[in-house]
Design a protein around this ligand. Structure first.
Ligand code: URA
Length: 517
């Protein structure tokens, strides 16, 4: 065992500030790298350090200038699992005293090695952000669940990624357990503790079943590239990733599923809009009718007259089939009306129909709708007991050319409806609300929330809360399911959990007893 005349004490494995302080002290005292060992000892680090006698036999200590880029490199390398990393970093600093040019020499062996270590650490940080999976735990006396994740990082990256998780999930109580250190965020303060055991992490929860269902849904057999996937999601992370259990069966079935996809005929849109109405008329300016002025007014309806409301709803739908109050009806396959019973307890309002909805003439039957249906099922709300509709009743899209190997095609890509388009459509939604008379309304995403609340809405800030509506039915704002589907992998699970929490809140509108699940 090597004997070192000096020890620099650090508080924990990722204590870069401690390293800088100790390195400065020992450099100033002229302690050569072979005489110095770095040790991690929280208790000793908390005590004032023993003073060092100046030992520089070459005269007074020379200051070491470290460029910002080298400092960043050292900060990352300090988190590497290599036990000798601090000694290596110190040696580089020591050599910089006489060779300041080393700062910029990428081929210097010490700098090169530290550079590779920094790279590995940054990659691990990125993976941790993507692969942490939370599970819910109910805690006695707490109104909201604690989200607990178990992760085994290859390097000491927990401290470095903690601010990311706090920023991302600021409103959520969570804890991340790792073998070396653990953290807990209570909504205000970050608490640190020692290492944990995999057995300390909770078992799978209900949210995980939804996550797995979602993963199986979005799995596209035609895009399967196992090697690229393993590169992106290396196997060593799989044991802590719930979705990993699905990879083998989904991959095994991919060839068959792709054959089925290739053999099935394309879906031909069933155009419902009369040709005359569809004919483009270049001379005609883009028209926006102002609200409901173009339509016969909705007769006054009594709350209890459900059959009458049903008839009126059917009439409004026939009128809306011919709506050209904005240009969207020209390009859409058909008007997509709301679906569900008059008197449904909850009304869900989305943005506009998507590609599948436009072809089938029903709202929420595409990927976002399937995610919503899964969530409602989890919450015990049968989809046929709710009313689903959209703020805008026509699909707005752009046609893009696609290439998959030798196959070429065209895809209709969703475009967000403009505010004017949503405004032109608003009276249909208001009439639906007047006829369905839901006890509460859930606005899925910004377009729906803006239409319902009549103001700009920041979904991130306004979600999860009830807002008054002129109809008397309060409006709960939450994320659109497509936003959950599109979220980066690192955020998706927590976003799903937050979304589920909002949807669960929708079951108990203010002033009403909770819906029986
Ligand atoms: N997204 C929506 O907002 N509505 C639908 O009907 C489908 C997808």
């Amino acid at each position: 065992m090597l004997f070192h005349a000096h020890e620099a004490v650090l508080a924990h494995e990722a204590d870069f500030d401690g390293f800088r302080r100790e390195a400065r002290r020992h450099l100033a005292a002229g302690v050569a790298p072979h005489d110095l060992a770095f040790v991690v000892d929280a208790e000793r680090a908390a005590a004032p350090p023993a003073p060092l006698a100046a030992e520089d036999r070459d005269g007074p200590a020379r200051p070491v200038h470290v460029s910002p880029s080298l400092l960043a490199l050292l900060a990352a390398a300090a988190l590497h699992a290599e036990p000798q990393r601090f000694e290596l970093m110190y040696r580089l600093l020591w050599r910089l005293r006489d060779q300041p040019g080393l700062q910029h020499d990428p081929l210097d062996p010490d700098r090169l090695r530290l550079g590779l270590m920094a790279q590995a650490v940054r990659r691990e940080q990125h993976k941790m952000k993507a692969f942490v999976r939370f599970r819910e735990v109910a805690e006695p006396g707490q109104a909201t669940p604690l989200h607990v994740a178990w992760f085994e990082p290859a390097h000491h990256v927990l401290e470095a990624v903690a601010p990311f998780f706090v920023r991302r999930f600021a409103g959520m109580r969570f804890s991340i357990l790792t073998p070396l250190r653990s953290l807990r965020w209570d909504g205000r303060t970050l608490h640190w503790a020692g290492g944990a055991d995999r057995a300390d992490a909770p078992p799978a929860d209900a949210g995980e079943a939804l996550w797995l269902a979602y993963y199986a849904h979005i799995f596209n057999p035609a895009r399967l590239k196992l090697a690229a996937m393993e590169n992106e999601m290396p196997r060593r992370y799989w044991r802590n990733l719930p979705e990993a259990v699905l990879i083998a069966p989904l991959a095994a079935a991919a060839t068959t599923r792709m054959g089925q996809m290739l053999n099935s005929p394309g879906t031909a849109p069933r155009r419902r809009i009369p040709e005359a109405a569809r004919a483009p008329d270049a001379a005609r300016p883009v028209a926006f009718a102002s609200g409901s002025q173009a339509w016969p007014p909705l007769p006054r309806v009594l709350p209890q007259a459900a059959p009458r409301r049903q008839v009126l709803l059917a009439e409004r739908r026939t009128l809306a089939d011919g709506c050209r109050a904005c240009p969207l009806g020209e390009a859409a396959t058909q008007t997509v009306h709301g679906s569900g019973p008059v008197g449904a307890r909850l009304m869900f309002v989305g943005e506009q129909p998507g590609d599948e909805e436009d072809l089938r003439g029903e709202p929420f039957v595409g990927p976002a709708g399937r995610l919503l249906a899964g969530a409602l099922q989890q919450l015990g709300l049968p989809q046929d007991g709710v009313y689903l509709t959209n703020a805008v009743k026509h699909f707005k899209y752009e046609v893009h050319a696609t290439h998959h190997g030798a196959m070429r095609g065209k895809r209709r890509i969703h475009k967000t409806a403009a505010q004017q388009e949503a405004l032109a459509c608003l009276h249909w939604l208001e009439e639906e609300i007047a006829l369905v008379q839901p006890q509460a309304i859930v606005a899925l995403g910004r377009t729906a929330a803006r239409a319902l609340l009549g103001r700009e809405v920041a979904v991130g800030e306004d979600r999860g809360r009830w807002w008054p509506h002129a109809s008397g039915s309060p409006v709960l704002v939450t994320l659109h399911p497509a936003a959950v589907l599109r979220a980066p992998a690192a955020e998706r699970e927590a976003l799903t959990a937050a979304w589920m929490q909002d949807l669960a809140r929708a079951l108990a509108p203010p002033g009403l007893p909770p819906a029986e699940a």
